[in-house]
Design a protein around this ligand. Sequence first.
Ligand SMILES: Cc1cc2nc3c(=O)[nH]c(=O)nc-3n(C[C@H](O)[C@H](O)[C@H](O)COP(=O)(O)OP(=O)(O)OC[C@H]3O[C@@H](n4cnc5c(N)ncnc54)[C@H](O)[C@@H]3O)c2cc1C
Length: 499
Amino acid sequence: MSLVDSHPSERIEHRVPLEQLLRRLRPTVPETALLYAPEDTHPYECDGLSAYRRAPWLVVLPETVDQVQHVMRTCSALGVPVVVRGAGTGLSGGALPLDNGVLLSLAKFSRILDIDPLARTARVQPGVRNLAISQACHTHGLYYAPDPSSQIACSIGGNVAENAGGVHCLKYGLTVHNILQVKLITMTGEPMTLGSEALDTPGFDLLALITGSEGMLGVIVEITVRLLPLPERAQVVLAAFDDVVRAGEAVGRIISAGIIPAGLEMMDNPAIRAAEAFVHADYPVEAEAILLCEIDGTNEEVSEQIMAVRTLLDACGATEIRTARDEAERQRFWRGRKAAFPAIGRLSPDYYCMDGTIPRARLAEVLVGIRALSDEYGLAVANVFHAGDGNLHPLILYDANQPGELERTEELGGRILELCVAVGGTITGEHGVGIEKINQMCVQFTPAALAQFHAVKHAFDPAGLLNPGKAVPTLHRCAEFGAMHVHHNALPHPELERF
Ligand SMILES: Cc1cc2nc3c(=O)[nH]c(=O)nc-3n(C[C@H](O)[C@H](O)[C@H](O)COP(=O)(O)OP(=O)(O)OC[C@H]3O[C@@H](n4cnc5c(N)ncnc54)[C@H](O)[C@@H]3O)c2cc1C
């Protein structure tokens, strides 16, 4: 069974004809917001995980909260499943549509509602692009810290749903640490406000629960984000290494010295070469790995910590250390990193971006393990990642037109994730589970833990209509997956009945 096929235990069946659903939606949702002709729905067939595609049954583009509520109430009453979509840049297939469900796009919720420079907050609609928030706040000397590499395109609603991270999250935290309040609409159309504009709220921390919930618990319709003052100065050091292991060790040494860089990123040789050929960032193309270490803060802090970082990198065996001399050079160093994904996309017809997180101390060992797996499968892997967070992004290069190559890639990806779990890590850092890692959820969690996840889902969405078949596998799926993947004769979940 390919990941694009819903597992039978996860599929929601209904007998509602499309015409009937349209009739119920039309009084409230304008005709232009309803797309069902194949040529109109085509652009919504996939998200950033483009290896998996499915034609949506109906795409709805509401513009108001009332319209969202009407769609949810109608679908809930008819038993029609709903998948929410932000900008569709997700890399785990979270916004992959259903062939018998509604794809609810929040693209028209694109307004910044309020910026409060005194409270250092902004109230925004979910379709606002991540970068647009920082751009809008710049005149107040403020910015929104989480900066996914996709920030030019991805939506803040999608960021909340995926608990997105980015280069600056090592120092400033993930999305969950940078939002104060979320308004959402439940599957039955009820409005809920989670969190508050104050620092703490009474009751369970449902704001944290909804952050990273991958569109399975509710439709986010408004977010209050925290803003930070722009730092006085930011400077970046580029260090080259002739060995990925030494580069991995340098990451641990910097953090253990008590320095928290604003960003600490690593690229291996294939990624360095690809980025250099694409954007000419002046990277040392012979290096086996480079580290980009950014320090921000006051002038004095930056000067002092840059010196300390250079000394540590030198002690770790860096073959070359460069400090950006001005803002233009700093931007150039980052340009290569930010363009690394599209740069690698030029190397082969397709690539598959993985996302696992490991304890930092195991970085060097896991990189060696990935290289061994890459040799075993005969598929090249380029690594470009948030090293300071231990958040790996191995990019597997493949050609979907070669029979069997996608399947081999999926298997290699699965083995890499299982390696992350084996060293005490997790199968996702920031891209979510979606459909991509749903089988590995069976490896990461016990059936008891999965049952608790289902109970949480049931509390918000008892009929299971929101984003079915994503993020939390059924035990039926796990049982089948266990039967397929047996490593060294160790059966995952031996306590589960096989059927
Ligand atoms: C080149 C590239 C680089 C990337 N770099 C990073 C990175 O550095 N860090 C990182 O974290 N991610 C990164 N990503 C992944 C992706 O951009 C993020 O996961 C982002 O948060 C997705 O936002 P989106 O608006 O595109 O959401 P979508 O892809 O549209 O949706 C993602 C998930 O969120 C749900 N969702 C979306 N909007 C809502 C809503 N309003 N209410 C409820 N659920 C909703 C969807 O159902 C789906 O499950 C990258 C992607 C690309 C293509």
